[in-house]
Design a protein around this ligand. Structure first.
Ligand code: HEC
Length: 469
């Protein structure tokens, strides 16, 4: 039936030499919808039509001794082996049908026709549709070939990603799945990329893609998806040094110790403006932090650096008292697409000393005096593999560190695994804090021991970031 319809449609095309319009298509359908009528239709060969193996979008047609390629997706007719030639890389003069053998070419056609509207012609995603960037190694690393095939076959329930099992042949699904996979491969000329996409690739600025909103505690200022919803978890095992003391191996370098866990949510109102809520636990005075962040400049838009401005307010005892107001600038710059450096000047008004509170009672959270403090965070991220980065940061408090019990700069270093919408960072640090004002504090102020932020006091921690939507 499909074949008959296709040949009918083409018959009309040839006869009328105009685009097929609705009434004639309907007429074709009613006339040829029974088996008896079907028998009366000449065979494709009689009509000079030849179907192309494994292709649902292309037929060969012979007219006046010449062979033409009819592309139903592009709605174009080309002469086979003519001056334009088939668009694939095979030599002209070969039987034209053989030119459409490779799956990748079919895959790119199916993609252009069925997927590009939501995934972008280049497969890089469409911000408003919340689709992934198929050329991003983090996306590629997050799915196996089977999972890509399965997503296309069955769709993603609860999202806009439709199931294609009833709309495309299994051949086409395989072809388009392998095309999606091929988008992650390093570009080389003719690798199934449209010429326009290739030149865009060449002129595109080389920009580093941070895996997370933070290096370890220092913000990266990375842009969020518009309407993207994210969660961040941070654990700091500040009471058990990783390397000093006895039986560190047995205690899993502190990982089986007591953790200081914080968590929060971020939301992208637009791809420039985002807001977040973050809470740290009772043992460090349970501050809740509300924040607004605005991306002033982004390397992706051709600026020489990324610049972000953030304002936030922290209030201890679940935002009931002891407020601290923070103003941060986040400046970063990519070194090719492999690394990025960060400078984060931070002003905290009414910053409070980071102290340990051994109680859940609200009245045990002390009302310590506030100091206006200024810190200058500096950090870097370096990809050692496409989805693995080394991260390091140091956050010296340049103004009013002493009254806050900070004797040495807070610093951290770690290793980060970044996959699509997900990052995990494991590292070592001397800072138990993860809110803006607390991240500059150290273990020395927490334990009230001036030596506790020396290298011997380094402890383990990890961050987990997940894009929920
Ligand atoms: C109506 C819009 C739309 C169309 C058309 C569409 N997709 Fe999607 N696709 C989406 C959205 C939205 C997502 C993200 C789903 C999510 O949030 O997990 C997605 C996700 C995917 C994923 C990732 C799946 C995963 O498990 O993370 C693959 C692979 C994919 N699409 C392939 C395709 C292919 C191939 C086609 C064409 C045959 C196609 N899509 C057509 C909207 C679409």
């Amino acid at each position: 039936m499909v074949k008959v319809l296709v040949s009918c449609a083409i018959g009309f095309l040839i006869a009328a030499n105009v685009p097929v319009n609705q009434p004639s298509l309907q007429a074709a359908e009613t006339t040829h919808s029974t088996a008896t009528v079907e028998a009366a239709v000449p065979s494709p060969a009689d009509l000079g039509i030849q179907f192309v193996k494994d292709s649902t979008s292309i037929v060969m047609m012979e007219r006046n001794g010449k062979e033409y390629i009819v592309d139903l997706v592009d709605r174009t007719v080309r002469e086979a082996g003519g001056p334009e030639g088939p668009r694939t890389k095979t030599e002209r003069g070969q039987p034209a049908a053989a030119a459409f053998g490779p799956q990748k070419d079919d895959g790119s056609r199916v993609f252009a026709h069925s997927c590009a509207s939501c995934h972008g012609a280049d497969g890089k995603g469409v911000a408003g549709r919340n689709t992934p960037n198929f050329t991003d190694s983090r996306f590629q690393a997050s799915l196996t070939d089977e999972q890509i095939f399965d997503a296309v076959m069955n769709g993603k329930p609860g999202t806009e990603m439709p199931a294609w099992r009833d709309k495309l042949s299994e051949q086409d699904i395989k072809a388009v799945a392998s095309y999606v996979r091929s988008l992650g491969a390093p570009r080389h000329p003719g690798a199934g990329q449209a010429p326009a996409a290739q030149s865009a690739e060449a002129t595109k600025p080389k920009v580093y893609e941070p895996g997370d909103d933070v290096l370890f505690s220092l913000p990266t200022g990375r842009r969020l998806d518009r309407h993207g919803f994210y969660t961040d978890f941070a654990h700091r095992f500040a009471f058990d040094p990783a390397f000093s003391g006895t039986a560190r191996g047995g205690a899993l370098i502190g990982l089986d110790g007591f953790a200081i866990p914080s968590f929060g949510f971020r939301y992208g109102f637009t791809n420039k403006l985002s807001g977040s809520v973050f809470r740290a636990p009772s043992i460090i005075a349970r501050p809740i932090q509300f924040m607004l962040a605005y991306n002033l400049a982004d390397e992706h838009d051709g600026y020489p650096l990324n610049a972000v401005f953030r304002v936030s307010i922290e209030g201890q005892n679940d935002f009931a008292k002891n407020y601290t107001e923070n103003f941060e600038g986040i400046f970063s710059r990519s070194i090719k697409s492999r690394a990025q450096i960060y400078v984060v000047p931070t002003l905290s008004l009414n910053d409070r000393k980071l102290v340990e509170i051994n109680s859940y009672r609200s009245q045990d959270i002390p009302d310590l005096p506030g100091y206006n403090a200024f810190s200058l965070g500096v950090g870097g991220a370096l990809d050692i593999r496409p989805t693995v980065a080394l991260v390091a940061e140091v956050i010296p408090t340049l103004v009013n560190g002493r009254p806050l019990g900070i004797h040495r700069p807070a610093y951290s270093f770690g290793i980060q695994k970044k996959i699509w919408r997900h990052a995990f960072t494991f590292g070592f640090t001397n800072s138990p804090g993860t809110t803006v004002s607390q991240r500059a504090g150290t273990r020395a102020s927490l334990l009230n021991d001036p030596t506790a932020d020396k290298p011997g006091g380094l402890f383990v921690g990890f961050d987990l970031m997940r894009q929920i939507h």
